[in-house]
Design a protein around this ligand. Structure first.
Ligand code: 5GP
Length: 203
């Protein structure tokens, strides 16, 4: 079959609790699917060690973020643990219009906004094999104290309540398996009739 270029890219939303290993799964996925554009969010939080401006996030001041909100420059934004996080509207629109798939790594409030603004987006939630395993992974980081870890676990419980609003649930037991499942989901989404009508002839 001759593969025609997609007329519009697929918007992919990935959410999951802190400590689930989302970044590792995303790195594996992007290694396999180099055609996917990873959206670099804007945030008011400070860079962590090893993070670079424009690579992990676009780090901006609260004033600049609030200006972007007023100017309607964000597809979605949310406050998370005292900081703003948001997705640039223009970058996403341009990529999707160019037929490029776009991946957003965002939390549950932002995902809900994307769902209402872009109903055709595919929403994927990643969980660990068990809550006990999540706790073990958070303790394994050794950078956070007990209070911070307890806060993250509480936040995870709240986030889990939103799982029914997602289209797909991926369990990150093994990174390569989780990434492979996401690739399968994206292949299935590409095969949706609405995304393939341009291939139909002979009518
Ligand atoms: P972190 O500070 O650990 O990098 O991210 C905290 C949370 O913010 C994660 O759940 C991450 O998915 C989410 N996040 C990152 N960028 C965005 C964004 O642009 N919008 C929203 N709503 N959440 C985001």
């Amino acid at each position: 079959m001759i593969k025609k270029k997609k007329t519009r890219g697929q918007l992919i939303v990935l959410s999951g609790p802190s400590g689930v290993g989302k970044s590792t799964v995303i790195a594996e996925l992007l290694g396999e699917r180099k055609d996917i554009y990873f959206s670099v969010s804007f945030t008011t939080r400070s860079p962590r060690v090893g993070e670079a401006d424009g690579v992990n996030y676009n780090f901006v001041s609260r004033e600049e973020f609030e200006r972007m909100i007023s100017a309607d420059e964000l597809l979605e934004y949310a406050q998370y643990v005292g900081n703003y996080y948001g997705t640039s509207l223009k970058v996403i629109q341009d990529k999707l219009a160019a037929g490029i798939d776009v991946l957003l790594d965002i939390e549950v409030q932002g995902a809900a906004k994307v769902r209402s603004k872009c109903p055709e987006a595919v929403l994927i939630f990643i969980i660990p094999p068990s809550f006990e395993e999540l706790s073990r992974r958070l303790h394994g980081r050794a950078t956070d104290n007990e209070d911070v870890i307890a806060g993250r676990l509480q936040k995870a419980r709240e986030e889990y309540r939103q799982i029914p609003n997602y289209d797909y649930l991926v369990v990150n037991d093994k990174v390569s398996t989780a990434a492979a499942e996401i690739i399968s989901i994206l292949t299935a989404e590409d095969c949706r009739t609405r995304n393939r009508l341009a291939l139909v002839d002979g009518i």
